[in-house]
Design a protein around this ligand. Structure first.
Ligand code: NDP
Ligand code: HSE
Length: 428
Protein backbone atom coordinates (compact mmCIF):
# COMPACT_ATOMS: atom_id res chain seq x y z
CA UNK A 1 0.00 0.00 0.00
CA UNK A 2 1.45 3.35 -1.11
CA UNK A 3 0.34 6.43 0.86
CA UNK A 4 1.09 8.92 -1.88
CA UNK A 5 0.98 8.69 -5.68
CA UNK A 6 3.31 11.23 -7.31
CA UNK A 7 2.11 12.94 -10.49
CA UNK A 8 4.33 14.72 -13.00
CA UNK A 9 2.30 16.99 -15.29
CA UNK A 10 3.82 18.12 -18.60
CA UNK A 11 1.77 20.96 -20.09
CA UNK A 12 -0.36 23.53 -18.30
CA UNK A 13 -2.49 24.88 -21.14
CA UNK A 14 -6.24 24.35 -21.71
CA UNK A 15 -6.19 20.69 -20.62
CA UNK A 16 -3.23 20.75 -18.20
CA UNK A 17 -4.62 23.67 -16.18
CA UNK A 18 -7.99 21.87 -15.86
CA UNK A 19 -6.18 18.75 -14.63
CA UNK A 20 -4.03 20.70 -12.12
CA UNK A 21 -7.02 22.63 -10.73
CA UNK A 22 -9.06 19.45 -10.20
CA UNK A 23 -6.12 17.56 -8.63
CA UNK A 24 -5.87 20.34 -6.07
CA UNK A 25 -9.55 21.16 -5.48
CA UNK A 26 -10.75 17.51 -5.34
CA UNK A 27 -7.82 16.12 -3.38
CA UNK A 28 -10.02 14.60 -0.67
CA UNK A 29 -12.43 13.00 -3.14
CA UNK A 30 -9.58 11.48 -5.14
CA UNK A 31 -7.86 10.21 -2.00
CA UNK A 32 -11.05 8.44 -1.01
CA UNK A 33 -11.52 6.99 -4.52
CA UNK A 34 -7.96 5.70 -4.75
CA UNK A 35 -7.02 4.88 -1.17
CA UNK A 36 -3.81 6.96 -1.51
CA UNK A 37 -3.24 10.68 -1.84
CA UNK A 38 -2.63 11.99 -5.41
CA UNK A 39 0.17 14.55 -5.19
CA UNK A 40 1.11 16.89 -8.03
CA UNK A 41 4.86 16.78 -7.49
CA UNK A 42 6.35 18.21 -10.71
CA UNK A 43 5.13 20.43 -13.54
CA UNK A 44 6.87 21.27 -16.80
CA UNK A 45 5.85 23.96 -19.29
CA UNK A 46 7.50 25.69 -22.23
CA UNK A 47 7.57 29.13 -20.61
CA UNK A 48 7.84 29.23 -16.81
CA UNK A 49 7.35 32.99 -16.66
CA UNK A 50 4.02 33.01 -18.55
CA UNK A 51 1.13 34.60 -16.59
CA UNK A 52 -1.45 31.91 -15.71
CA UNK A 53 -4.95 32.28 -14.31
CA UNK A 54 -4.05 30.28 -11.22
CA UNK A 55 -0.96 29.89 -9.07
CA UNK A 56 1.05 26.76 -8.42
CA UNK A 57 4.02 26.71 -6.07
CA UNK A 58 7.15 27.75 -8.06
CA UNK A 59 8.97 24.77 -6.47
CA UNK A 60 6.86 22.39 -8.57
CA UNK A 61 8.26 23.66 -11.89
CA UNK A 62 11.20 21.83 -13.43
CA UNK A 63 13.41 22.99 -16.31
CA UNK A 64 13.97 19.80 -18.24
CA UNK A 65 12.04 16.57 -18.44
CA UNK A 66 15.15 14.43 -17.89
CA UNK A 67 15.97 16.27 -14.65
CA UNK A 68 13.61 14.25 -12.50
CA UNK A 69 12.13 11.50 -14.63
CA UNK A 70 13.89 8.83 -12.57
CA UNK A 71 12.78 10.47 -9.32
CA UNK A 72 11.26 7.68 -7.18
CA UNK A 73 8.40 9.87 -5.97
CA UNK A 74 6.91 10.08 -9.50
CA UNK A 75 4.49 7.28 -10.37
CA UNK A 76 2.40 8.74 -13.20
CA UNK A 77 3.39 11.16 -15.98
CA UNK A 78 0.57 13.13 -17.61
CA UNK A 79 1.49 14.44 -21.08
CA UNK A 80 -0.74 17.29 -22.31
CA UNK A 81 1.58 19.30 -24.53
CA UNK A 82 0.43 17.86 -27.88
CA UNK A 83 2.29 17.07 -31.13
CA UNK A 84 4.66 14.19 -31.84
CA UNK A 85 7.95 15.60 -30.56
CA UNK A 86 9.13 16.12 -27.89
CA UNK A 87 6.03 14.35 -26.45
CA UNK A 88 7.05 10.95 -27.90
CA UNK A 89 10.59 11.13 -26.48
CA UNK A 90 9.27 12.20 -23.04
CA UNK A 91 6.73 9.37 -22.99
CA UNK A 92 9.24 6.71 -24.02
CA UNK A 93 11.65 7.93 -21.32
CA UNK A 94 8.87 7.84 -18.75
CA UNK A 95 7.80 4.29 -19.72
CA UNK A 96 11.41 3.06 -19.74
CA UNK A 97 11.73 4.48 -16.22
CA UNK A 98 8.69 2.39 -15.18
CA UNK A 99 6.37 5.42 -14.91
CA UNK A 100 2.77 4.98 -16.00
CA UNK A 101 1.64 7.48 -18.65
CA UNK A 102 -1.65 9.26 -19.31
CA UNK A 103 -1.93 11.35 -22.46
CA UNK A 104 -4.56 13.32 -24.41
CA UNK A 105 -2.36 13.39 -27.51
CA UNK A 106 -4.34 11.98 -30.46
CA UNK A 107 -1.71 12.82 -33.06
CA UNK A 108 0.93 10.82 -31.19
CA UNK A 109 -1.35 7.84 -30.43
CA UNK A 110 -2.73 7.76 -34.00
CA UNK A 111 0.80 7.65 -35.42
CA UNK A 112 2.70 5.64 -32.80
CA UNK A 113 0.10 4.02 -30.51
CA UNK A 114 1.08 0.35 -31.03
CA UNK A 115 4.79 1.11 -30.47
CA UNK A 116 4.09 3.02 -27.23
CA UNK A 117 1.70 0.33 -25.94
CA UNK A 118 4.34 -2.33 -26.49
CA UNK A 119 7.04 -0.27 -24.71
CA UNK A 120 4.63 0.14 -21.78
CA UNK A 121 3.91 -3.60 -21.67
CA UNK A 122 7.65 -4.46 -21.77
CA UNK A 123 8.11 -2.20 -18.74
CA UNK A 124 5.10 -3.53 -16.83
CA UNK A 125 3.41 -0.14 -16.79
CA UNK A 126 0.31 1.30 -18.46
CA UNK A 127 -0.28 4.01 -21.05
CA UNK A 128 -3.87 5.29 -21.17
CA UNK A 129 -5.34 7.88 -23.55
CA UNK A 130 -9.10 8.20 -22.98
CA UNK A 131 -8.99 11.99 -23.58
CA UNK A 132 -7.48 11.56 -27.03
CA UNK A 133 -10.89 10.77 -28.59
CA UNK A 134 -14.15 12.68 -27.94
CA UNK A 135 -12.71 14.77 -25.07
CA UNK A 136 -14.78 14.18 -21.94
CA UNK A 137 -17.08 11.58 -23.50
CA UNK A 138 -15.98 8.05 -22.55
CA UNK A 139 -15.31 5.95 -25.65
CA UNK A 140 -11.90 4.25 -25.52
CA UNK A 141 -12.52 2.52 -22.23
CA UNK A 142 -15.90 1.10 -23.43
CA UNK A 143 -14.33 -0.06 -26.70
CA UNK A 144 -11.48 -1.87 -24.93
CA UNK A 145 -13.45 -3.26 -22.00
CA UNK A 146 -17.20 -3.28 -22.48
CA UNK A 147 -17.23 -4.44 -26.11
CA UNK A 148 -14.60 -7.13 -25.64
CA UNK A 149 -17.10 -9.91 -26.40
CA UNK A 150 -18.24 -8.15 -29.60
CA UNK A 151 -17.05 -7.75 -33.15
CA UNK A 152 -17.23 -4.04 -33.89
CA UNK A 153 -18.34 -3.58 -37.49
CA UNK A 154 -18.61 0.17 -38.01
CA UNK A 155 -18.12 3.59 -36.42
CA UNK A 156 -20.03 6.71 -37.44
CA UNK A 157 -19.16 9.84 -35.50
CA UNK A 158 -18.88 13.55 -35.00
CA UNK A 159 -15.51 13.75 -33.22
CA UNK A 160 -14.26 17.26 -33.70
CA UNK A 161 -15.86 19.80 -31.39
CA UNK A 162 -14.40 22.86 -33.13
CA UNK A 163 -15.84 22.04 -36.57
CA UNK A 164 -19.18 20.94 -35.14
CA UNK A 165 -19.34 24.21 -33.21
CA UNK A 166 -18.52 26.19 -36.39
CA UNK A 167 -20.96 24.26 -38.64
CA UNK A 168 -23.78 24.48 -36.07
CA UNK A 169 -23.43 28.24 -35.71
CA UNK A 170 -23.11 28.77 -39.47
CA UNK A 171 -26.26 26.71 -39.93
CA UNK A 172 -28.43 28.21 -37.19
CA UNK A 173 -27.18 31.83 -37.05
CA UNK A 174 -25.80 32.26 -40.54
CA UNK A 175 -22.62 33.20 -38.64
CA UNK A 176 -19.35 34.10 -40.37
CA UNK A 177 -16.82 31.22 -40.53
CA UNK A 178 -13.80 33.22 -39.29
CA UNK A 179 -15.71 34.85 -36.40
CA UNK A 180 -16.96 31.49 -35.14
CA UNK A 181 -13.51 29.93 -35.48
CA UNK A 182 -12.14 32.74 -33.26
CA UNK A 183 -14.84 31.96 -30.65
CA UNK A 184 -13.92 28.24 -30.74
CA UNK A 185 -10.28 29.19 -30.11
CA UNK A 186 -11.24 31.49 -27.19
CA UNK A 187 -13.32 28.69 -25.65
CA UNK A 188 -10.30 26.33 -25.76
CA UNK A 189 -11.87 23.89 -28.25
CA UNK A 190 -9.43 24.35 -31.13
CA UNK A 191 -5.93 22.87 -31.41
CA UNK A 192 -3.01 25.33 -31.10
CA UNK A 193 -2.94 25.26 -34.90
CA UNK A 194 -6.66 25.11 -35.84
CA UNK A 195 -5.78 23.98 -39.38
CA UNK A 196 -5.86 20.42 -38.04
CA UNK A 197 -9.44 20.94 -36.83
CA UNK A 198 -10.90 22.63 -39.90
CA UNK A 199 -9.10 20.40 -42.43
CA UNK A 200 -10.43 17.24 -40.74
CA UNK A 201 -6.97 16.07 -39.60
CA UNK A 202 -7.84 16.06 -35.89
CA UNK A 203 -10.94 13.94 -36.58
CA UNK A 204 -8.81 11.62 -38.76
CA UNK A 205 -6.38 11.08 -35.83
CA UNK A 206 -9.30 10.19 -33.55
CA UNK A 207 -10.93 7.91 -36.12
CA UNK A 208 -7.58 6.14 -36.65
CA UNK A 209 -7.27 5.48 -32.89
CA UNK A 210 -10.86 4.28 -32.47
CA UNK A 211 -10.71 2.11 -35.60
CA UNK A 212 -7.39 0.50 -34.59
CA UNK A 213 -8.77 -0.41 -31.17
CA UNK A 214 -12.18 -1.47 -32.50
CA UNK A 215 -11.00 -3.66 -35.39
CA UNK A 216 -7.74 -4.70 -33.63
CA UNK A 217 -5.86 -3.84 -36.80
CA UNK A 218 -3.64 -0.75 -37.11
CA UNK A 219 -5.34 2.05 -39.04
CA UNK A 220 -2.78 4.86 -39.38
CA UNK A 221 -3.83 8.49 -39.67
CA UNK A 222 -2.56 8.48 -43.27
CA UNK A 223 -4.97 5.59 -44.05
CA UNK A 224 -7.93 7.85 -43.29
CA UNK A 225 -9.27 9.75 -46.30
CA UNK A 226 -9.71 13.32 -45.14
CA UNK A 227 -11.50 16.50 -46.30
CA UNK A 228 -12.21 19.56 -44.15
CA UNK A 229 -14.97 22.14 -43.89
CA UNK A 230 -13.31 25.22 -45.38
CA UNK A 231 -15.22 24.98 -48.70
CA UNK A 232 -18.67 24.98 -47.12
CA UNK A 233 -20.50 28.24 -47.73
CA UNK A 234 -23.67 29.89 -46.44
CA UNK A 235 -25.26 28.98 -49.78
CA UNK A 236 -24.64 25.24 -49.16
CA UNK A 237 -26.31 25.48 -45.74
CA UNK A 238 -29.30 27.29 -47.24
CA UNK A 239 -29.81 24.74 -50.03
CA UNK A 240 -29.13 21.74 -47.79
CA UNK A 241 -31.81 22.97 -45.37
CA UNK A 242 -34.34 23.46 -48.14
CA UNK A 243 -33.68 19.86 -49.19
CA UNK A 244 -34.06 18.56 -45.60
CA UNK A 245 -30.39 18.10 -44.68
CA UNK A 246 -27.81 19.41 -42.20
CA UNK A 247 -24.12 19.56 -43.12
CA UNK A 248 -21.80 17.82 -40.62
CA UNK A 249 -18.17 16.70 -40.60
CA UNK A 250 -18.63 12.95 -40.28
CA UNK A 251 -15.96 10.39 -39.43
CA UNK A 252 -16.87 6.93 -40.67
CA UNK A 253 -15.05 3.62 -40.68
CA UNK A 254 -15.95 -0.01 -41.14
CA UNK A 255 -14.29 -3.40 -41.15
CA UNK A 256 -15.67 -5.74 -43.79
CA UNK A 257 -14.19 -8.78 -45.57
CA UNK A 258 -10.85 -8.27 -43.74
CA UNK A 259 -10.56 -4.74 -45.11
CA UNK A 260 -10.67 -1.39 -43.31
CA UNK A 261 -12.16 1.75 -44.75
CA UNK A 262 -11.96 5.04 -42.91
CA UNK A 263 -12.90 8.54 -44.01
CA UNK A 264 -13.59 12.03 -42.66
CA UNK A 265 -15.43 14.55 -44.82
CA UNK A 266 -18.40 16.94 -44.80
CA UNK A 267 -21.66 15.11 -45.35
CA UNK A 268 -25.29 16.03 -45.98
CA UNK A 269 -27.30 14.25 -43.28
CA UNK A 270 -31.06 13.93 -43.38
CA UNK A 271 -32.56 16.08 -40.60
CA UNK A 272 -34.22 12.91 -39.24
CA UNK A 273 -30.84 11.34 -38.55
CA UNK A 274 -29.46 11.54 -35.05
CA UNK A 275 -26.07 12.96 -36.10
CA UNK A 276 -27.77 15.84 -37.96
CA UNK A 277 -29.05 17.06 -34.61
CA UNK A 278 -25.74 17.04 -32.70
CA UNK A 279 -24.87 20.69 -32.22
CA UNK A 280 -22.17 22.91 -30.73
CA UNK A 281 -19.03 21.39 -29.24
CA UNK A 282 -20.84 18.10 -28.59
CA UNK A 283 -19.43 14.87 -30.01
CA UNK A 284 -21.41 11.75 -30.86
CA UNK A 285 -20.00 8.32 -31.60
CA UNK A 286 -22.22 5.53 -32.88
CA UNK A 287 -20.65 2.09 -32.69
CA UNK A 288 -22.20 -0.94 -34.36
CA UNK A 289 -21.40 -4.39 -33.02
CA UNK A 290 -22.55 -7.93 -33.74
CA UNK A 291 -24.01 -8.58 -30.28
CA UNK A 292 -25.53 -5.22 -29.32
CA UNK A 293 -26.41 -3.51 -32.60
CA UNK A 294 -25.93 0.26 -32.38
CA UNK A 295 -24.65 1.97 -29.23
CA UNK A 296 -24.42 5.72 -28.93
CA UNK A 297 -21.97 7.86 -26.90
CA UNK A 298 -22.76 11.54 -26.71
CA UNK A 299 -21.23 14.44 -24.78
CA UNK A 300 -18.67 17.24 -24.60
CA UNK A 301 -15.86 16.64 -27.07
CA UNK A 302 -13.42 19.38 -26.09
CA UNK A 303 -12.67 22.08 -23.53
CA UNK A 304 -10.67 22.29 -20.32
CA UNK A 305 -12.84 20.54 -17.73
CA UNK A 306 -14.46 17.86 -19.95
CA UNK A 307 -11.02 16.82 -21.17
CA UNK A 308 -9.56 16.98 -17.66
CA UNK A 309 -12.35 14.59 -16.63
CA UNK A 310 -11.10 11.94 -19.10
CA UNK A 311 -7.43 12.47 -18.19
CA UNK A 312 -8.20 12.16 -14.47
CA UNK A 313 -10.30 9.02 -14.96
CA UNK A 314 -7.19 7.37 -16.42
CA UNK A 315 -5.01 8.73 -13.60
CA UNK A 316 -7.42 7.43 -10.95
CA UNK A 317 -7.62 4.02 -12.64
CA UNK A 318 -3.82 3.66 -12.69
CA UNK A 319 -3.49 5.08 -9.16
CA UNK A 320 -5.88 2.44 -7.82
CA UNK A 321 -3.57 -0.21 -9.30
CA UNK A 322 -0.53 1.39 -7.71
CA UNK A 323 -2.29 1.85 -4.40
CA UNK A 324 -3.33 -1.82 -4.29
CA UNK A 325 0.11 -2.96 -5.47
CA UNK A 326 -1.49 -4.86 -8.35
CA UNK A 327 -1.01 -3.40 -11.83
CA UNK A 328 -3.44 -4.78 -14.43
CA UNK A 329 -1.85 -4.42 -17.85
CA UNK A 330 -4.21 -3.37 -20.63
CA UNK A 331 -5.21 -5.76 -23.34
CA UNK A 332 -4.95 -3.60 -26.45
CA UNK A 333 -4.18 -6.05 -29.17
CA UNK A 334 -3.51 -4.13 -32.40
CA UNK A 335 -2.12 -6.30 -35.17
CA UNK A 336 -0.41 -5.26 -38.39
CA UNK A 337 -2.50 -3.40 -40.93
CA UNK A 338 -5.27 -5.03 -42.92
CA UNK A 339 -5.70 -3.70 -46.43
CA UNK A 340 -7.43 -0.37 -46.82
CA UNK A 341 -10.32 0.30 -49.19
CA UNK A 342 -9.51 3.29 -51.45
CA UNK A 343 -11.94 6.23 -51.42
CA UNK A 344 -12.34 5.85 -55.21
CA UNK A 345 -14.15 2.53 -54.54
CA UNK A 346 -16.76 4.18 -52.31
CA UNK A 347 -20.39 4.07 -53.44
CA UNK A 348 -22.27 7.17 -52.33
CA UNK A 349 -24.89 9.76 -53.23
CA UNK A 350 -23.75 13.31 -54.05
CA UNK A 351 -24.94 16.91 -53.85
CA UNK A 352 -23.38 18.97 -56.65
CA UNK A 353 -23.74 22.75 -57.02
CA UNK A 354 -22.78 24.22 -60.38
CA UNK A 355 -22.76 27.76 -61.83
CA UNK A 356 -23.45 27.55 -65.55
CA UNK A 357 -24.71 29.73 -68.43
CA UNK A 358 -28.48 30.12 -68.37
CA UNK A 359 -29.13 28.99 -71.95
CA UNK A 360 -30.72 26.09 -73.84
CA UNK A 361 -28.87 22.77 -73.81
CA UNK A 362 -26.84 23.27 -70.61
CA UNK A 363 -28.79 20.77 -68.53
CA UNK A 364 -28.62 18.23 -71.31
CA UNK A 365 -24.80 18.57 -71.63
CA UNK A 366 -24.39 18.03 -67.88
CA UNK A 367 -26.85 15.17 -67.70
CA UNK A 368 -25.21 13.46 -70.70
CA UNK A 369 -21.85 13.47 -68.92
CA UNK A 370 -23.45 12.03 -65.76
CA UNK A 371 -25.26 9.35 -67.79
CA UNK A 372 -22.01 8.44 -69.60
CA UNK A 373 -20.50 7.72 -66.18
CA UNK A 374 -23.48 5.60 -65.06
CA UNK A 375 -24.58 8.29 -62.58
CA UNK A 376 -28.31 8.51 -62.12
CA UNK A 377 -29.82 11.89 -61.19
CA UNK A 378 -32.26 11.93 -58.24
CA UNK A 379 -33.18 15.62 -58.69
CA UNK A 380 -32.00 18.59 -60.75
CA UNK A 381 -32.99 22.06 -59.48
CA UNK A 382 -32.28 25.47 -60.94
CA UNK A 383 -31.99 27.68 -57.85
CA UNK A 384 -31.51 31.15 -59.29
CA UNK A 385 -30.36 33.06 -62.32
CA UNK A 386 -28.36 36.31 -62.39
CA UNK A 387 -26.06 37.98 -64.94
CA UNK A 388 -26.87 35.16 -67.39
CA UNK A 389 -25.63 32.53 -64.94
CA UNK A 390 -27.81 29.81 -63.41
CA UNK A 391 -27.16 28.08 -60.11
CA UNK A 392 -27.88 24.38 -60.58
CA UNK A 393 -28.18 21.81 -57.81
CA UNK A 394 -27.92 18.14 -58.73
CA UNK A 395 -28.68 15.34 -56.26
CA UNK A 396 -27.48 11.96 -57.50
CA UNK A 397 -28.47 8.43 -56.65
CA UNK A 398 -25.69 6.16 -55.38
CA UNK A 399 -22.70 6.08 -57.70
CA UNK A 400 -19.07 5.06 -57.65
CA UNK A 401 -16.83 7.82 -56.25
CA UNK A 402 -14.33 7.53 -59.08
CA UNK A 403 -17.13 7.92 -61.66
CA UNK A 404 -18.37 11.02 -59.85
CA UNK A 405 -14.87 12.55 -59.81
CA UNK A 406 -14.34 11.77 -63.52
CA UNK A 407 -17.74 13.28 -64.36
CA UNK A 408 -17.04 16.40 -62.26
CA UNK A 409 -13.76 16.85 -64.16
CA UNK A 410 -15.61 16.78 -67.49
CA UNK A 411 -18.44 19.05 -66.30
CA UNK A 412 -15.87 21.57 -65.03
CA UNK A 413 -14.35 21.69 -68.54
CA UNK A 414 -17.63 22.46 -70.34
CA UNK A 415 -17.60 25.92 -71.97
CA UNK A 416 -21.04 26.61 -70.52
CA UNK A 417 -19.91 25.89 -66.93
CA UNK A 418 -18.33 28.69 -64.88
CA UNK A 419 -17.52 26.58 -61.79
CA UNK A 420 -18.44 23.58 -59.73
CA UNK A 421 -19.10 25.55 -56.57
CA UNK A 422 -19.24 22.53 -54.32
CA UNK A 423 -19.77 18.78 -54.25
CA UNK A 424 -20.62 17.06 -50.97
CA UNK A 425 -21.33 13.40 -50.25
CA UNK A 426 -24.78 12.53 -48.90
CA UNK A 427 -24.99 10.09 -45.96
CA UNK A 428 -26.66 6.86 -47.02
P1 NDP B 1 -2.37 24.15 -25.13
O1 NDP B 1 -1.69 24.71 -26.32
O2 NDP B 1 -3.44 24.93 -24.48
O3 NDP B 1 -1.29 23.81 -24.00
C1 NDP B 1 -0.06 23.19 -24.27
C2 NDP B 1 0.79 23.20 -22.99
O4 NDP B 1 1.97 22.46 -23.25
C3 NDP B 1 1.23 24.60 -22.56
O5 NDP B 1 1.17 24.71 -21.16
C4 NDP B 1 2.69 24.69 -23.05
O6 NDP B 1 3.51 25.47 -22.20
C5 NDP B 1 3.12 23.24 -22.90
N1 NDP B 1 4.17 22.88 -23.83
C6 NDP B 1 4.16 22.93 -25.17
N2 NDP B 1 5.33 22.48 -25.68
C7 NDP B 1 6.09 22.11 -24.63
C8 NDP B 1 7.39 21.58 -24.48
N3 NDP B 1 8.16 21.33 -25.54
N4 NDP B 1 7.84 21.33 -23.25
C9 NDP B 1 7.07 21.59 -22.15
N5 NDP B 1 5.83 22.10 -22.21
C10 NDP B 1 5.35 22.36 -23.44
O7 NDP B 1 -2.90 22.71 -25.57
P2 NDP B 1 -4.19 21.93 -25.03
O8 NDP B 1 -4.17 21.91 -23.56
O9 NDP B 1 -5.41 22.42 -25.74
O10 NDP B 1 -3.93 20.46 -25.62
C11 NDP B 1 -3.02 19.59 -25.02
C12 NDP B 1 -3.21 18.20 -25.61
O11 NDP B 1 -4.52 17.76 -25.33
C13 NDP B 1 -3.06 18.11 -27.13
O12 NDP B 1 -2.52 16.85 -27.46
C14 NDP B 1 -4.49 18.19 -27.60
O13 NDP B 1 -4.67 17.60 -28.88
C15 NDP B 1 -5.18 17.39 -26.53
N6 NDP B 1 -6.61 17.65 -26.37
C16 NDP B 1 -7.06 18.92 -26.24
C17 NDP B 1 -8.40 19.16 -26.03
C18 NDP B 1 -8.95 20.53 -25.88
O14 NDP B 1 -10.18 20.65 -25.75
N7 NDP B 1 -8.14 21.57 -25.88
C19 NDP B 1 -9.36 18.05 -25.94
C20 NDP B 1 -8.77 16.73 -26.07
C21 NDP B 1 -7.43 16.56 -26.29
P3 NDP B 1 3.25 27.06 -22.02
O15 NDP B 1 1.98 27.16 -21.22
O16 NDP B 1 4.43 27.53 -21.27
O17 NDP B 1 3.12 27.61 -23.40
N1 HSE C 1 -9.60 20.41 -31.12
C1 HSE C 1 -10.30 19.27 -30.69
C2 HSE C 1 -11.77 19.42 -31.04
C3 HSE C 1 -10.15 19.10 -29.21
O1 HSE C 1 -12.19 20.51 -31.43
O2 HSE C 1 -12.50 18.44 -30.98
C4 HSE C 1 -10.70 17.82 -28.69
O3 HSE C 1 -9.94 16.73 -29.09
Amino acid sequence: MKNEIGIYLIGLGVVGSGVAKQLISKEDIFTEAVGSKLVLNHVMVRNKTKKRDFQLSPDLFVDTFEEIINDDSTDVVIEVIGGVEPAKTFIIQALNNQKHVVTANKELIAKHGPELISIATENNVRILFEASVAGGTPIISPVIRDFSANNITSIKAIINGTTNYILSRMSTENADYFEVLKDAQKLGYAESDPTNDVEGVDAAYKLAILSSLSYKSFVKDSDVYCEGITNISAKDFQIAKELGYEIKLIAFSEFKDDQNSARVHPTLNSKNEMLANVNGVLNSVQIETDLIGNVLFHGAGAGSLPTASAVLADVIDISRNISSGFVVLDYMNISEKSSIVEISDLVTKYYIRVSAKDQPGVLSQISTILANHQISIASFIQKSSYDGLAELVIMTHEALERSIQDALGEIRNLNVVKAIDNSIRVMN
